[in-house]
Design a protein around this ligand. Sequence first.
Ligand code: PMP
Length: 387
Amino acid sequence: THPVTPAAQIERLLRADLRGRTAYGAPQLDVPVALNTNENSYPVPPEVVEAITRAVSADAAGLNRYPDREFTELRESLAGYLTRTAGASIDPDQVWAGNGSNEVLLHLLQAFGGPGRTALGFTPSYSMHPIITRTTGTTWVDGLRGVRPTDAGSDGSPAGPGARFDLPVERTAAQAAEHDPALVFLCSPNNPTGTALDLDVVRAVYDAAPNAVVIVDEAYAEFARPGTPSALTLLEGRPRLVVTRTLSKAFALAGGRLGYLAADPALVDALRLVRMPYHLSSTSQVVARTVLSFSDVMLGTVEAIKEQRDRIVAELPSLGYEPVPSDANFVLFGGGDDAPALWRALLDEGVLVRDVGLDGYLRVTAGTPAEVDAFLAALAQHPPRGG
Ligand code: PMP
């Protein structure tokens, strides 16, 4: 008889719907220039480091007790930040938070998805949306993006770069109606394409899918170009609408793991049914509150990052590559016939970008000026072939 390997035994025990799946796997490599996970390249400023150290230290003796399960003060800080910046008044009871917006998304799937229910999303978008969906036994339905010739603007203008990634209002709403999902994922600015959504799409999808919780993932909202409104302005009167945000990007706190959402208080209340008690450690709460009390300082790098993003978009065409316009802290670019080979070649030069699995495209995070110098210099060594 053949010995049964542990791997084979575990495979047999695993939930049938998880067998053969691959885990989220952005490579974590030790490279000089890491521009692959849309982090903020700037370290937490010294004055904030000092304040975090003081606050965590003051809290440490109390770690024998469970934290505030309702993270009351943190919700007040988050609601205050949104109200100051997003053009809508948000109350603390409209706010929910978790260990990264990934956990907040998981809570939404646990509460509103599940076996026999469907979540609709539009690939290419954030790769974790389908993964989180499936871990809860929810069925993922991949909607169609893209502008067809018949969708061209009423003035007959040709579709711009990246038009194949657009979400035209009517076609998107029609898909929401057709699938009658329990959840819909929209993402604005969209990862990995970078473009922000017109709020007409959100309104139309909300109306077309009367049984759906409609999620607008705004992880990159703070980087949007001027005049880009947030879906937070649509919350009033739409109890099924949810806007998710994070401190991981503009706030430079990816390591702190703090994401949040704003929605109707009734929807927030439903999430209490699925979260683990005390899911946000008191250390997480203290760190996030401290960072939010320094929001001007923490957001001080956003303009510099946007400048580098715009610089990448402006310079790529002269290197033979085609950038997609971006409202985020990254740029998707096409060109050449072999994205995996280009990814490897850039890595050999010490520059790690992201192969998002989109034929002919790579994604680069807008880092510091020196990092972007290194990226552009490495790219210049590798003009597109057959592009
Ligand atoms: N949403 C989008 C669109 C993202 O790109 C990311 C991170 N890459 C997240 C959510 C999750 O971020 P976090 O869990 O760090 O808040």
